[in-house]
Design a protein around this ligand. Structure first.
Ligand code: GLP
Length: 245
C-alpha cells in the first residue's frame, strides 16, 4: 500500500563522523530532554547501533532509577538468560549499570502468544513512550516490523525475513540458531512516541536510509512512515548518509 498522498514532514538529520560521535549526540539530546522533565518513559532498541549511546549513558552520571523503559522486541523462544536474547543484551549493555524503576521487554518464553501481545500493548498504553530510540534494518525494518507489515499493527508475532536472519546471524553460532520468530512492538505504537531518535551507521544502511528519508511512504520500507511523525531526529554517519538527496 502506498501512503504518498499523506502529509510528509521534514525529518531533522544530524550527520556525524561515526557511531561514537552519533552515540554522544544521541546522549546529549536524551539528557537534555530528561533534564527538561520531558522523559518519563524511554523506548529502547537493541542491535549494534545503539551500543555507543548505551556506552555514553553508562559512563555518565545520569540516573534512570525513576524512569521506565520499554523495549521494542524479543526473539520468540529465547529466555532472558540466553546470551542472544534482547533481554540479556539490555542487561549487559545498560540495565546492569543503569537500572530503571521498571523495564519491560516482551517475554520470549510466553506460552500464550496472543496474551503476551495484549499484555505488551497494555504496558505501552499505561506508559506512553516519551522518547523512542530506534535503529534500522538493512531492509528498512524498525523494531522487527518487516517489509509489508501494516502501519496500524500493535504488538505482534513476526516471522523474520531471510535478510534479517542473515543480518542477525553474526550474534549466533550459525544461521540455523537464529530464531525465526520474534515479538515486536507495532508501528502504530512506535508512531505514538512523542519523540524518536533513529540512528544508522555504516554503508550497509545506505539504501534503507535513503528510502526512509527520500522515498515514498510505503509498507515495503517500514521506516518510511517516520516521514509522517512530527518529531524525528535521524543521526547518521557519513557512510549511511551517502545515498541521501
Ligand atoms: C534488529 C533489531 C532492530 C535493529 C536492527 C538493526 O533486527 N530488531 O531493532 O534496528 O536489528 O541492527 P543493527 O543495529 O545491529 O544493524
Amino acid at each position: 500500500m502506498d501512503y504518498t498522498n499523506e502529509r510528509v514532514l521534514v525529518m531533522k538529520i544530524i550527520r556525524v563522523r561515526d557511531a561514537k560521535e552519533g552515540g554522544r549526540k544521541a546522549f546529549d539530546i536524551m539528557n537534555e530532554e530528561i533534564k527538561k522533565g520531558a522523559v518519563q518513559v524511554l523506548g529502547l532498541a537493541t542491535g549494534s547501533t545503539p551500543i555507543s549511546l548505551y556506552e555514553e549513558i553508562v559512563t555518565s552520571s545520569l540516573d534512570l532509577s525513576d524512569k521506565i523503559s520499554i523495549n521494542l522486541d524479543e526473539y520468540v523462544g529465547l529466555s532472558e538468560e540466553s546470551p542472544q536474547s534482547y533481554h540479556y543484551f539490555m542487561k549487559e549493555h545498560l540495565f546492569a549499570a543503569k537500572p530503571f524503576k521498571k523495564s519491560y521487554i516482551p517475554d520470549g518464553l510466553a506460552t500464550d502468544e496472543a496474551a503476551e501481545c495484549q499484555r505488551y500493548d497494555q504496558v505501552i498504553k499505561e506508559n506512553p513512550i516519551d522518547l523512542q530510540i530506534l535503529g534500522i534494518g538493512k531492509n528498512g525494518h524498525i523494531g522487527f516490523n518487516e517489509p509489508g507489515t501494516s502501519f496500524t499493527k500493535k504488538t505482534h508475532k513476526v516471522a523474520l525475513t531471510e535478510s534479517t536472519i542473515e543480518a542477525n546471524k553474526r550474534f549466533f553460532d550459525k544461521a540455523e540458531d537464529v530464531p525465526i520468530y520474534a515479538y515486536s512492538m507495532g508501528i502504530a505504537s512506535i508512531m505514538k512516541s512523542k519523540q524518536i531518535i533513529l540512528m544508522a551507521y555504516g554503508d550497509g544502511k545506505v539504501d534503507a536510509v535513503s528510502k526512509m528519508v527520500d522515498g515514498p511512504v510505503t509498507t515495503e520500507v517500514p521506516a518510511s512512515i517516520l516521514q509522517q511523525h512530527p518529531n524525528v531526529i535521524l543521526i547518521v554517519d557519513e557512510a549511511a548518509a551517502a545515498g541521501l538527496a
